[in-house]
Unconditional design. Structure first.
Length: 291
């Protein structure tokens, strides 16, 4: 009898473990996200009565929400500040939707976040100054929004950042020199903003940088001589700015590029035998691929 009781208890315990769900705090945060972003209009809606593990785009590991991927799912409305309570989140992909409003400051509480994709929405306001608290972040993509203000200098604190794309927004002011601290950075897109001033010399330390797109801003001054150190660069676009000299670009004589664009009509250039026939204009509109 005792064995039967023990067996019954064990089965009950195991069943409970198997159907265990996320914490009430995380579930509420997801429901608030659903409500604030007009979940009833999503392409793939959530059945709030079903287990969270069955909700589209939500990945759970060890009863913790580690990914929310709602790419191209007709989200509208705003991003709920409760998003900051998904403390185990590693991936947040809200790209290619119609989200409006500001980026909630609470997003900087996602200390485990590695990927933050917000591109192709209608977000406005400034990036929180504490964005540098996201020390695990490897990708920050927010192109094609209406974000404004200055690019926070604290972005330089995200030492593992590999992709930073803030193109096609309304950022103004200088490019923060702290970007030069991002030793792992492979792609930097600041195309089509209102950035001004000289390019920071510290950016010449970005030895792993493969793509640098600064076109269509109000940048001026000389191209830093330190750019000769960018040995990994494959895509380089600086056209439609107000640079006074391109002399530092003479190092390109010995390098082939997939994409190279500058203000070619500038007569100050004195390049020798550079083969531009292999270059092409890089696409300035980006696409994401739903996996």
């Amino acid at each position: 009898m005792k064995k039967l009781y023990f067996l019954s208890f064990s089965l009950f315990f195991l069943t409970t473990i198997c159907i265990a769900e996320v914490s009430k705090t995380e579930k509420k945060a997801l429901i608030d996200l659903y409500t604030a972003a007009n979940g009833k209009h999503w392409v793939k809606k959530w059945d709030l009565k079903s287990p969270v593990s069955q909700w589209y785009g939500v990945t759970i590991v060890d009863d913790k929400v580690v990914e929310v991927n709602l790419f191209h799912n007709n989200l509208m409305g705003s991003i709920s500040p409760e998003i900051g309570k998904l403390e185990h989140l590693k991936v947040l992909n809200l790209a290619f939707n119609s989200l409006t409003g500001v980026l909630p400051e609470e997003i900087v509480n996602l200390s485990n976040l590695k990927v933050l994709k917000l591109e192709m929405n209608r977000l406005n306001g400034e990036i929180p100054q504490e964005i540098g608290n996201l020390h695990q972040l490897e990708e920050l993509s927010a192109f094609n929004n209406f974000l404004t203000g200055k690019i926070p200098a604290t972005v330089g604190d995200i030492k593992g950042l590999k992709v930073l794309n803030l193109s096609s927004n309304d950022f103004y002011g200088d490019i923060p020199s702290s970007i030069g601290q991002l030793s792992q950075l492979e792609s930097l897109g600041l195309f089509e903003n209102k950035l001004e001033g000289a390019i920071p010399k510290d950016m010449g330390r970005l030895s792993k940088l493969k793509e640098l797109v600064l076109a269509n801003n109000f940048l001026d001054g000389d191209i830093p001589n330190e750019f000769a150190q960018l040995a990994s660069l494959e895509v380089f676009q600086i056209q439609n700015n107000n640079f006074s000299s391109f002399k530092a670009l003479e190092f390109l004589e010995t390098k082939e590029y997939l994409v190279f664009d500058y203000d070619k009509e500038d007569r100050k250039l004195e390049f020798k035998d550079i083969n531009f026939s292999k270059t092409r204009m890089a696409d300035t509109k980006f696409e994401d691929i739903e996996e």
